[in-house]
Design a protein around this ligand. Structure first.
Ligand code: DX5
Ligand code: ZN
Length: 232
């Protein structure tokens, strides 16, 4: 099952990394009822990042269980070996890390050829300029606002300038990529992120590590709408 991609307004993408995996189906259904359209899936290999999470079988199960779009964030070494398989398993969006993909142009082409939207993720220490040659071909850029590996870390404000740079580049070049931000997002940090130009905002602990994930999702969405409405 696949949903059409929502393109208007800021999209909040709950990261299932912080979900209760024994109740994952239920939690996703609740978020869908609240209007959620996109799920963020953090894939970690214990090599590119110091943590191991979930992989292909979970993406395939999610694909059967929900029509929400699946945004697979591959924090793995040698992503070329896996991008087709993630697309086949049901990923709608696939991002690879700039730092893990020396043949980025080829990797992005492989993601697109497999039928998924292609994105590149940037670690906090990686400048936006490293994407200059591929920005025009991207579907999205994922700006990391924490060092990848864990949920529940504090937002690194250096991400804001990177979002602004991407937003300016996009406007100047008439490019169509979306800007996604990931890490340390909560009701306070979502506002500057949206004002800087983010279109997709990922949140794990601010949604799932609360007593009411659905209400927390709605609260983040309200904060994002408010920031959009008052954006200059
Ligand atoms: C970090 C992951 C993030 C993480 C976000 O490596 O890529 O998606 O789940 O977690 P929070 O929202 O708790 O910072
Ligand atoms: Zn992520």
């Amino acid at each position: 099952m696949r949903a059409a991609r929502a393109k208007e307004g800021v999209e909040i993408a709950p990261s299932i990394l912080a979900a209760d995996f024994t109740r994952l189906g239920e939690q996703i259904a609740e978020l869908k009822q609240a209007g959620c359209t996109l799920l963020h899936v953090d894939v970690m290999d214990g090599h590119f990042v110091p943590n191991i999470t979930i992989g292909l079988p979970v993406v395939a199960s999610l694909r059967k269980a929900t029509d929400l779009a699946l945004d697979c964030h591959l924090m793995i070494a040698e992503p070329d070996r896996y991008v087709e398989r993630f697309a086949e398993a049901g990923a709608d969006m696939i991002s690879v890390h700039q730092e893990a993909a020396p043949h980025l142009d080829r990797t992005l082409a492989a993601i697109r050829a497999a039928g998924a939207q292609a994105g590149v993720a940037l670690n906090p220490a990686t400048p936006v300029a490293t994407l200059n040659e591929v920005l025009g071909t991207l579907d999205f850029v994922l700006v990391m606002s924490v060092n990848p590996g864990f949920s529940g870390q504090e937002f690194l404000p250096g991400a804001l300038e990177k979002i602004r740079q991407l937003s300016e580049w996009r406007a100047a070049q008439g490019a169509g990529f979306r800007i996604e931000v990931d890490g340390g997002i909560g009701v306070k940090t979502i506002e500057p992120v949206v004002r800087a130009g983010a279109d997709v905002v990922v949140a794990a602990s601010a949604i799932f590590h609360t007593s009411n994930p659905r209400a927390s999702f709605e609260q983040l969405r309200r904060a994002a709408s408010l920031a959009t409405a008052t954006k200059v």
